[in-house]
Write a protein that binds this ligand. Structure first.
Ligand code: NA7
Length: 547
């Protein structure tokens, strides 16, 4: 790749330092990886970021009601106890603005911005066999090169706007929740159509309904949502967090999910029904994704799962007053938590409002978008604003939207045409010195993300430090190790009910034409952490180095 604006050891104008590493993305992953490589290892690092600021997911997702489903005290970085003690989260489930403030604080505290180029979207990354360097190009034509390339592009960052005939002709405004305008959207007095009832739609609907003249929620697949029970943290809890930073970190490292709570050892099927009901009631009152851990067999046994599913369905039926709407909201086609389980604030209650209606687009699919609204098979819904809460081309999308080529010009998109293949979700055979933070094949979206991000970034930094110490220039996985790992990913998914939710984005089912492969590793974060640590201890077993 040649360009007039080239930043590399040979031709960098003004003698700026040669790059050891390029990191794509300045969300939580990119920032922490930058800190590891630049400040711990002393490497010269350039971060390239599409957005105009740090934050990644939290930079883009400014839609109404945007909040984290992880509890705040366990959501941030845990490598620095000082950072944990100095930051005060105000609420149990922090809203987008507060998380972005935290990420800004992190970037400033560790002086990270000087190594980040904003408004720089990477369009291509090609490995040069002769120089053993990655040549990276941005959409605006700038070029960079470095020995190591690390993608920190997020798992849910490639917006999925469905192809619906007529969208271009719509005369109102439309938005995807993951590309929300910074100035916000005024719904007052407007007829709003919200498409999608995953975690995002479920968060957005109650907030949009507060000001919209009318909100129509277009539901294709109902799902199970549990109340978040969000509330400000008490002074006592804030003190607990400061005094127990190390313990909170230890807890998040010990659980399968990276959340500070483990699966209960109790089994739903071995608990008498009245006791089981009381346990579910207590979990429902407590709220949050912790509900899923009420019994140890919920995700392993369909019959056990049915007890959780029935409990949530009954709650929905009790909350929603209109029986037809309640029926549509509970006509769920997958096991509880088989698809990513949302948590909400007044989602089901929202359907009791006079200005909200549910449109069942599984029964009568959307046929087209007209100049004035949405036409389904059985009617036309006049709208001023359409909100797409239609999710993402998850995990592989952000990587495959770039032109990534490895040894001898090998195209990643070709290697992954039948689904992503990697060793440990960290590296791909044929793509030397390329690391993917929370890539497909790692626990990623099945965990409390910062925990997975820290583990990957630390592992990558340790690996690069090892290479430097040993004078090694190149690392890539062995094909056999990669194949064996992919079998483990499939086996782990088959051992749970996750693989039975055939319409889930974990399987790529939400994007037409995407191969149906269960992408994240579902064997648990704690187990995965140990596997990665053992691989390193055993001389980076399964990888091949060259000097
Ligand atoms: P999700 O979980 O992928 O949800 C997207 C929703 O949009 C889901 O209900 C989809 O129905 C629906 N959808 C997608 N395309 C269409 C079309 N063409 N017509 C009607 N409905 C459609 O994305 P979220 O943003 O809610 O959550 C993503 C993650 O972000 C979340 O898990 C958190 O980790 C944060 P479907 O189920 O495909 O039938």
């Amino acid at each position: 790749m040649n360009s007039a604006t080239t930043h590399d050891p040979e031709s960098t104008p003004g003698g700026s330092p040669a790059l050891d590493a390029i990191i794509i993305g300045a969300g939580l992953a990119g920032l922490y990886q930058l800190h590891c490589l630049r400040d711990r290892l002393g490497l010269s690092v350039q971060v390239l970021e599409t957005g105009g600021g740090v934050g990644g997911t939290w930079y883009w997702n400014r839609y109404p009601g945007a909040r984290c489903d992880s509890e705040s005290h366990a959501y941030g970085f845990s490598f620095s106890e000082e950072l944990m003690r100095d930051w005060d989260w105000t609420e149990r489930f922090p809203e987008q603005k507060e998380i972005l403030r935290y990420i800004d604080h992190f970037a400033d505290r560790f002086d990270l911005r000087r190594s980040i180029r904003f408004n720089a979207r990477v369009s291509a990354a090609h490995y040069n066999d002769a120089t053993n360097r990655w040549e990276v190009r941005t959409a605006s034509g700038e070029s960079f090169n470095a020995k190591f390339l690390i993608t920190a592009v997020g798992c849910l960052s490639a917006a999925n706007v469905p192809t619906i005939a007529g969208l271009d002709s719509f005369q109102g405004q439309w938005y995807h929740t993951g590309q929300w305008p910074h100035e916000g959207v005024n719904f007052a007095g407007k007829r709003v159509g919200l498409i999608g009832t995953g975690s995002t739609g479920i968060q957005a609907a109650p907030v949009i309904a507060e000001t919209a003249q009318h909100l129509s929620v277009f539901q294709r697949s109902p799902t199970y949502s549990v109340p978040a029970r969000n509330a400000p943290w008490t002074a006592e809890f804030k003190r607990y967090v400061k005094e127990n930073a190390a313990e909170i970190r230890r807890a998040t490292h010990a659980t399968p999910s990276g959340h500070p709570f483990a699966n209960s050892e109790r089994l739903a099927l071995q608990t008498p029904p009245h006791e089981r009901q009381a346990i579910y009631e207590a979990a429902w009152r407590k709220g949050g994704v912790e509900f899923r851990t009420a019994f140890g067999d919920i995700m392993l046994n369909k019959e056990a799962n049915d007890t959780a599913a029935e409990f949530v369905r009954n709650k929905i039926l009790q909350i929603v007053k209109d029986p037809v709407t309640a029926h549509k909201l509970t006509d769920i086609d997958h096991p509880y938590a088989g698809k990513r389980p949302p948590v909400d604030t007044d989602y089901y209650e929202t359907f009791n409002r006079d200005n909200v209606s549910l449109v069942d687009v599984r029964a009568a699919p959307i046929e087209e978008i007209t100049a004035t609204g949405i036409r389904t098979r059985d009617g036309h819904y006049p709208l001023d604003i359409i909100v797409f809460a239609t999710g993402y081309d998850a995990l592989t999308g952000p990587l495959l939207r770039m032109d990534i080529r490895g040894r001898s010009g090998r195209l990643l998109a070709d290697d992954w045409k039948d689904g992503p293949r990697s060793y440990l979700g960290l590296q791909m055979e044929g793509f030397p010195n390329l690391f993917t933070i929370t890539g497909p094949g790692s626990p990623s979206v099945l965990t409390n993300m910062p925990v997975a991000i820290e583990q990957h970034s630390d592992w990558i930094a340790d690996c690069i430090a090892h290479m430097r110490a040993q004078g090694l220039e190149r690392i890539e996985p062995q094909a056999q190790a990669m194949g064996d790992w992919m079998l483990k990913v499939t086996e782990a998914a088959s051992a749970t009910l996750l693989s039975t939710a055939t319409t889930s984005w974990y399987l790529g089912a939400n994007v037409p034409g995407k191969p149906r492969v269960f992408m994240p590793y579902s064997g648990g974060m704690a187990r995965y952490r140990k596997i990665c640590a053992d691989v390193a201890t055993n001389g980076y077993e399964g990888f091949r180095f060259s000097s």
